[in-house]
Design a protein around this ligand. Structure first.
Ligand code: B1M
Length: 208
């Protein structure tokens, strides 16, 4: 099974072909990380480019995203295989107004794989829900945003944590395509991670 075929099937939104392709690639011994980066993530980047260029519209993005999620589902057991002890409690969500969840799901999977207990709050998560998760014992709040228009809701959540008297009790890590280290500094987040594996590293460092 070639990675190019999986890549193309994601772009074409062929979920069952992606499922079969990822299974075949794993059976052939192709590293899960290569399948993830070179086929699944690379395909979503191409889908984004085609959307920007007006070649793809929301329905095409949506069916490609479903195909990607199907592939991720097959990879999940491989990605989470490493976990043993509970290394800490993390609550993660995509911020209010934002429905993109593939990157957030990947970060959640990697954290689980690294042994963290993950409370996935889902998408379109308001400040109150993040505050509640912190009150319920999360040591780290993870926020994802894919839209420049929703990034500012990260700052609102940090302000809400401060208002609730919880800011010094939880660490905040942020990420998502438009998010940068400079933005994390600007809003007073404890860490920024550009991808799922570095998110796991950052969370480990924050709890060390
Ligand atoms: Co949307 N979309 N989308 N979309 N979409 C983008 C983000 C966009 C960049 C496309 C483009 O124009 N090139 C653009 C945003 C432009 C901007 O704001 N600058 C865009 C737009 C405009 C929109 C709509 C507004 C379109 C419309 O309706 N006109 C709309 C908004 C809906 C909403 O949220 N309210 C919309 C809708 C959608 C779909 C629903 C169709 C679908 C999402 C389905 C889903 O997620 N279940 C979708 C998709 C699929 C995309 C693209 C093509 C792919 C996103 C993705 O899944 N990437 C995207 C283009 C792109 O990003 N190239 C695009 C793969 C994923 C693994 O990467 O999420 O970046 P990513 O996650 C990475 C890192 O960022 C990081 O780790 C992950 C793994 O390495 N990371 C973290 C993520 N979260 C983290 C958290 C951390 C740490 C790291 O700590 C907690």
């Amino acid at each position: 099974m070639s990675l190019e075929k999986i890549y193309q099937d994601v772009i074409d939104g062929q979920a069952s072909a992606v499922e079969a392709g990822v299974k075949a690639a794993l059976a052939e011994g192709i590293a899960p990380d290569d399948i993830l980066r070179k086929a699944l993530i690379a395909a979503m980047d191409e889908v984004g480019t085609r959307f920007e260029e007006g070649e793809f519209f929301v329905p095409e993005m949506l069916i490609a995203a479903r195909a990607m999620q199907t592939g991720l589902g097959v990879l999940k057991p491989q990605l989470v295989a490493g976990g043993i002890e509970a290394a800490g409690r993390v609550a993660i969500g995509t911020v209010q107004g934002d429905l993109h969840d593939i990157g957030k799901n990947l970060v959640a999977m990697m954290l689980e794989g690294a042994g963290f207990e993950v409370n996935d709050l889902g998408v379109d998560v308001g400040s109150d829900a993040f505050v509640k998760a912190a009150q319920d014992g999360a040591q780290v709040i993870g926020m994802s945003a894919l839209l420049t228009t929703t990034m500012s809701n990260m700052q609102k959540t940090i302000a809400a944590l401060e208002a609730a008297g919880l800011r010094d009790k939880v660490k905040v890590v942020i990420g998502g395509a438009p998010v940068t280290q400079a933005y994390a500094n600007q809003i007073g987040a404890d860490a920024f991670a550009p991808d799922a594996s570095s998110a796991t590293r950052r969370v480990r460092e924050l709890l060390a």
